[in-house]
Design a protein around this ligand. Sequence first.
Ligand SMILES: [Zn+2]
Length: 413
Amino acid sequence: MIASPREQEPKLGSYLRVERNDHTVLVQLLIESRLGTNGLIVNPCHIARHEELVAEAGRQGVETVLDPRSVELSTSVGLGLSGVADLPWAPVAPHTPDDLGGPAGLLLSEEIVGFAVKEGLSAILAPTHILGGADDPWLQVDSALVRDLRRALDGQGRAATPIYYLLVARSALFRDKEFLGRLVTVLADLPIDAIWLRLHPFGTTTSGPVALRNYMDVCRALHAVGVPVVGEYTGTVGLPLLAFGAVGGITSGLTLGERFSLDRVTKKSSGSGFAPPPRVYLQSLGVFVSRDEARQLFEQRGMRSAHACTDAACCRRGAVDMIDNPRRHFVMRRDAEVGKLSRVPPQLRPTVYLDEMLRPASDAAVRAEKVLPDLQRSRRRLDSWRATLGAMADGHAEATRSPVPTGHRRPNS
Ligand SMILES: [Zn+2]
């Protein structure tokens, strides 16, 4: 029997970044067998708190990806973030390329692998650093770290554990074609199973038409490496990136963290240090609002029928549950969105995204904006995506496509 295209295509990748208070809802969804996410990104600073979640995810075959926080460990602000300095592999002063260029790099890799093995984690983000250009010494040092990590994993009997290369840089840097070319050459030679892209600044609220097109161009250049590209901190803009094949997977925070800024690790924050409260995802618009704004919206005539969740498994009491348990609602809706795109053949995904997701969202935003004027910005953004992506869809057939992450080593990596 010939498999239909639908059966041949693996599900697009979707990972969740688990912050301090996110574990309860995820354990619940796992127990109910309702977590459709490929994997969870494990923050080692919270490992004791998240032990039960990690164990249950492992039992159910959900990937658990260790983020060793190497970016934070290489800046003084990052090292000062909660829990980072207490990691077993944390240095006294921020890591520099000189620190990790020699045997210390192997030691770091061994410590990270030891942790992943002890905690039963299924994949590792390579302990890479912020790249400043083609001549940045970190590029060489990080390449050696990836090889050390592979050796350390193999030495621990974990030859099947994939390594994902974390690529952190300022978006503007990619205008330098020499940098991009060198990067592709270096990465193609490394034993990596995916590239996770963390660009500054990028995300839903910073994605004007030019940023969106440039991001897609960077992804397409990286396709030459031959591994899946995963867009980190993309937020809702991750959906068109998946639909257009620029990335094969996305990561999302549980209602927070839909944009990335290096400021978090380079600038002292005046914030309280406490995590902000979760926000309510309006799936009909692809935007987050505060709980108060959600209440205000749903009080208006016609807004419940337009925006309340109708999935009884997700929010039995509709709008009430969206506000009551915004994390659960978000996780299930994001799974549904990624699932919807996954179910159609790749060449049709841009059309499905534009016609069935983006256009209804930008139309509905016109009315919702009358109740919540702050939504005007979101509506304008949706309109700009519509124009940009509509134009891109015409040339889509010839564009390269990222492979989809599978959670396994790729052959010959
Ligand atoms: Zn819901």
